[in-house]
Design a protein around this ligand. Structure first.
Ligand code: GAP
Length: 513
């Protein structure tokens, strides 16, 4: 099946099984805004818990905060967001549709790459086992031609973006003969800068309202609390502050479902270090964060680093951790060495001295910062994309199963009486009332056992137990494993020990040690 079709199926599965709904659904939705349903919120909370505990429980020198979404407007002047948090936009005069100029060009680069991949796939089919892909890529004239065009475009585009040369971005779009997907024409306006922050007002107009912004990242809430936390927590450098919270960006190109949203959630950690040690910490956090992803067991081939060539003005190193989504490798997390830019800017704009007195060196300095920043929603999407599977069964049927890592699954155990009579529901409730204190259980009595298993597979429940007539005599139940579909008879008294460890966040955290 084409990856595009797989992705469409994942999106509709998310809606059908209560993971993600379009926001304001009964009003036909609101572009790039989504709601999480009864299963989605559990999965999302488990992802957040895994991240939070990996930061705050496993590191004695990392503490958490929860800062407000509304902040003093000068913060965004100091951080550079008012002046420089822009996307280059272009309109098509015929369709009246607005696009990001950089995205139109990146799509064109991807088209050249797709053409190369198609040539490779065709040749692989033709030559079979004897196919030498590396040699083919280095020698095939058509591949070389596409590659040369792709590289030339990439070089021209990178230079234009580095200089933010808006005229050159438009010229690239014209030279590459990029058309509007709606109107099919090349009737483009000039490229303009567009600020991504949402504005609103505090106070009534009569009082003299002032413009404030919905935060476009959670990080600034950490920077402006650096002194509060360092002093009240008596934190010694190196130390970190972690935060999970909503962020808002007026994204113009909203696509790929929850990959690019206007309201989303970030999990950010700012790690304050002594100047001059930042590169060592940057390397260490790159490794630590990749290990966090890999502990989910999806396979190392699902991830890659993408080191930034173009660095933001405040950074001296930056890398992304990319995940192999059905639409290609895409950024899920950023790790940035942000120097002392943010703290120095806030010191300048607030007039406060924001420094650290280092007792070992007997001097004060402005700490440098390593930031790890991951989007909860992108992480959610990567987990969904990897876990969604359609399996052909021996009887010819297909089962849709979400092979979620058990600690992230919304429901850990489904408790099912074989029939709705003969005291089986009562026994099932008795078991559930005991286990529900330890992990999330769901009671299921409607439909045949087979249908109930399928429903549980579709939401990724790792274990189901069936209570039958024998249970009333032998106090045993049938335990069914989601992935192997194997069924074993186990004593009710052993259930907690068998399941709890496998479904707990602790089991993931232990892999990180
Ligand atoms: N404080 C640094 C920062 O915000 P970023 O690369 O702009 O860096 C960090 O964002 C992460 O936030 C990204 O790697 C991505 O996972 C997530 N993110 C950013 N914009 C997003 C959007 N519009 N929708 C969903 N997630 C987004």
């Amino acid at each position: 099946m084409a990856q595009e079709d797989v992705f469409k199926k994942i999106v509709s599965h998310c809606k059908e099984y209560g993971f993600v709904f379009p926001s304001s659904d009964i009003y036909d939705g609101l572009a790039a805004v989504y709601d999480y349903g009864q299963n989605g919120v559990e999965l999302k909370n488990n992802i957040k818990q895994y991240w939070w505990q990996s930061m705050v429980l496993l590191h004695e020198n990392i503490v958490g905060i929860d800062s407000a979404i509304f902040m003093h407007p000068t913060i965004w002047k100091a951080s550079g967001h008012v002046d420089a948090f822009n996307d280059p936009l272009i309109d098509n005069r015929d369709s009246k549709k607005r696009y990001r100029a950089d995205v139109l060009i990146e799509d064109q680069i991807a088209k050249y790459e797709e053409k190369i991949d198609k040539e490779v796939a065709k040749a692989r089919k033709r030559f079979g086992d004897a196919f030498d892909e590396e040699k083919f890529r280095q020698t095939n004239p058509r591949v070389l031609e596409h590659q040369a065009k792709r590289d030339a475009l990439h070089a021209r585009y990178s230079e234009a973006m580095n200089k933010m040369d808006l005229d050159e971005l438009k010229q690239i779009i014209l030279d590459e003969e990029i058309v509007c997907p709606i109107s099919g024409t090349r009737n483009w306006t000039d490229v303009r800068q567009f600020n991504l922050m949402f504005k609103t007002e505090v106070g009534s107009t009569a009082d003299g309202a002032s413009t404030i912004y919905l935060r476009p990242e959670t990080a600034q809430g950490i920077f402006v609390n650096y002194l509060n936390v360092q002093k009240t927590g008596r934190m010694k450098i190196p130390f970190g502050i972690a935060q999970i919270g909503k962020a808002f960006r007026n994204e113009i190109v909203a696509r790929q479902f929850i990959f690019r949203m206007r309201e989303f959630e970030q999990m950010e950690m700012q790690f304050f270090v002594k100047p001059g040690t930042e590169m060592d910490w940057f390397k260490q956090w790159k490794k630590t964060r990749l290990a966090w992803h890999e502990a989910l067991g999806f396979g190392d081939e699902c991830y890659r680093y993408h080191d930034h060539e173009k660095l933001a003005h405040y950074a001296n190193a930056a890398t992304d951790i990319e995940f192999k989504m059905p639409f290609g490798f895409k950024e899920v997390e950023g790790i940035h060495s942000r120097t002392d830019f943010d703290l120095s800017q806030h010191a300048k704009f607030s007039g406060r001295k924001i420094e650290y007195f280092d007792p070992e060196e007997n001097r004060s300095y402005t700490p440098y910062v390593i930031e790890t920043s991951i989007g909860v929603d992108r992480m959610f999407l990567s987990v969904m994309c990897h876990s969604y599977q359609e399996e052909k069964l021996e009887n010819g049927e297909t089962r849709v199963v979400l092979k979620l890592p058990a600690p992230l699954a919304p429901v850990k155990l489904a408790v099912m009486p074989l029939v709705k009579k003969d005291g089986l529901p009562e026994k099932a409730h008795e078991i559930m009332n005991d286990l529900k204190f330890h992990f999330n259980c769901k009671y299921e009595e409607k439909d045949s056992i087979g249908k109930r298993y399928r429903r549980m597979d579709a939401i990724g429940t790792p274990y189901c137990i069936t209570i039958d007539h024998d249970t009333l005599n032998d106090n045993c139940v049938t335990l069914r494993d989601r992935d192997t579909m194997q069924q074993t008879r186990v004593a009710i008294s052993d259930l907690r020990a068998l399941i709890e460890d496998k479904v707990s966040i602790t089991s993931l955290l232990k892999k990180l040690q």
